[in-house]
Design a protein around this ligand. Sequence first.
Ligand code: GLY
Ligand code: GLY
Length: 342
Amino acid sequence: MRITPVLIAHGGAGGRGPAAERPERRRGMLAAVQAGAEILRAGGGAFDAVIAAVRALEDHPLFNAGLGSLLTIEGTVEMDASVMVAVPPPRRAAVAAANPRGAARGARPHAELRAGAVAGITRVRNPILLARAVMEHTPHLLMAGAGAERLARRAGIALCRPEDLVTPRARERWRGAMARRAEAAGSAAGGAPGRFGTVGAVALDARGVLAAATSTGGVSGKLSGRVGDSAIIGAGTFADAPGAAAATGQGEAIIKAALCREAVMALRRGEPRAVAERAIAELAALSGGQAGVILVDRRGRPGYAHNAEVMDLAMFDAAGGFEYRWALPLQSLGRGAPAPRG
Ligand code: GLY
Ligand code: GLY
């Protein structure tokens, strides 16, 4: 079976944000997908493609990842990121030739899975590169703190000052959120974190390799030290033989639902669009939270769903070219509890 490479990226599910920013968001999303698509078109791998797309979104100041990350309650940047890749098992005929007894017993070969993640990063402009370094250069899966930043130095990943990642836009939003927090003090919503949004990408390459990558500044007004789903394999990011998934939205709800692993495993029985819709509906029923997910299955079929105000996506497939979507939620999913406007 000939596989057509596919790449899907999202720029976060959340509030609509200012209309004036929409054309630039669209350009940023398409440029990110273009960066990944060039790799796939040149015969490169899904893993490199999702990293390239997410890195471009981290470098773009309008998205909540890397430069432009939303700020903690203390006005600082703390970022999470993760990557995962699933290399498909050899075909049954090849397995039987290599291991006739195993084949005779009907042993089912598994995909080879690799992953890396980082949490609470403050001094790396591209946390997605550090998540990759955890995967490629350590025996571990998730790293945080000073040791993670030492790994960045060893892996040749540039460090920066934490304040270099704070944009005027993020600072302005933080001031607004703090003013609203002061106003709401005492009410039930007074301590709730505000805006969210995350960036992510999933891809399938011509060899059938599936990859997912996610990066975020987290939710605005989070406590310092809070870690969200984007650092957690199975929650914010997942890939296995059936497909790859990346999530966005309220991290606490996504972790409880193990959103990305549930969705990828459901691809064994369902097609990506229906699976994405069901996964978000289940998350909303479980926690009342808002989230979005993008999926690609092992045949290259895309799927996505969310129950926030809006989610923006861009897609590339070798057959159909490029497409951008400013996606509204499906009525049938029901809306999660809205995050306070930021
Ligand atoms: N995705 C909406 C935001 O980042 O505010
Ligand atoms: N989904 C991003 C976060 O909750 O940190």
